[in-house]
Design a protein around this ligand. Structure first.
Ligand SMILES: Nc1ncnc2c1ncn2[C@@H]1O[C@H](COP(=O)(O)OP(=O)(O)OP(=O)(O)O)[C@@H](O)[C@H]1O
Ligand SMILES: [Mg+2]
Length: 257
């Protein structure tokens, strides 16, 4: 499914009545089956962008199209939220089944899919626990399993691996790439981690500091499937350096403000 973000701006009103321009004139097209990573300094509007694509927010200006349509419910997307956003009163299993319930999937099928993604995210054995009984990294994995279980045409991931330790993160990156090779979902993946963005994505989009604009886009010229050995290749190292320079300039300016 193709995602088109057309001249989108988002202005929030804060409690004092001041307007906060989070995004400014974003143009971005993500092709069917494409894996795009979005990088940018904190507060530049990355989560806002994903929420807009998910239909959880509406743009102040511009429009967002999914396969050329403006569907009201956005049933085509599933999101891994930055702050996990689990239901505290639901068990791990019931959290993962949530989206499937909404879709009217039968009980047996829900259980089957939940088991598959709970296994994949290393949560087998924790099905009957509640979110407060889990570590931060485990909660994050429940959020990932919940979104994956829906098998949406468009997967929106907001720093999905930020709470994981380095080893688990590496394994989950490989797991996600493996899933994506099979399902070929369209993925918009927000991260602060330049290496992760280059390692996983077809294309990296760098946003400016707030209000977020598209500062640069870079196609990642590494073959698929990606492998750890590529992390040392010149193409990888150069891509990381180029992006780091762009981001550093933005961060320096933001600090001086
Ligand atoms: N509901 C809201 N009401 C008012 N302002 C908001 C709201 N949500 C976000 N903002 C503001 O919009 C800007 C962009 O926020 P957003 O969460 O999209 O940034 P981000 O790029 O995801 O940051 P981070 O990397 O820290 O997660 C920030 O200045 C934030 O304070
Ligand atoms: Mg964010």
């Amino acid at each position: 499914m193709r995602v088109v973000v057309e001249r989108v701006s988002k202005v929030y009103g804060d409690r004092a009545g001041h307007a906060v321009r989070a995004l400014d004139g974003i143009d971005l097209a993500v092709d069917t089956e494409e894996f795009v990573a979005v990088l940018g300094p904190s507060g530049c509007g990355k989560s806002t962008l994903l929420n807009l694509i998910a239909g959880l927010l509406t743009p102040t200006e511009g429009a967002i199209w999914l396969d050329g349509e403006l569907p009201p419910g956005r049933a085509a997307t599933a999101m891994v939220f930055q702050e996990f956003a689990l239901f505290p009163w639901r068990t791990v299993q019931a959290n993962v089944e949530f989206g499937l319930e909404e879709m009217g999937v039968s009980r047996d099928e829900r259980a089957r899919r939940a088991r598959r993604f709970l296994d994949m995210t290393g949560l087998a054995g924790f099905e009957t626990k509640y979110p407060h009984e889990l570590s931060g990294g485990m909660r994050q994995r429940v959020g990932i399993a919940r979104a994956l279980a829906v098998e949406p045409p468009v997967l929106l991931m907001d720093e999905p691996f930020s709470a994981l330790d380095a080893q688990t993160r590496q394994l989950m990156q490989e797991e996600l790439l493996g899933i994506w090779e099979r399902t070929r979902q369209t993925i918009v993946y927000v991260t602060h981690n330049i290496h992760e963005a280059v390692y996983m994505a077809d294309r990296v989009v760098v946003l400016s500091r707030r209000p977020g604009r598209v500062l640069a886009e870079m196609k990642v010229e590494l073959p698929r499937p990606r492998a750890e050995a590529m992390l040392g290749e010149p193409a990888f190292v150069h891509a990381v350096e180029r992006i780091w320079h762009l981001i550093r300039d933005q961060a320096v300016q933001a600090l001086r403000e």
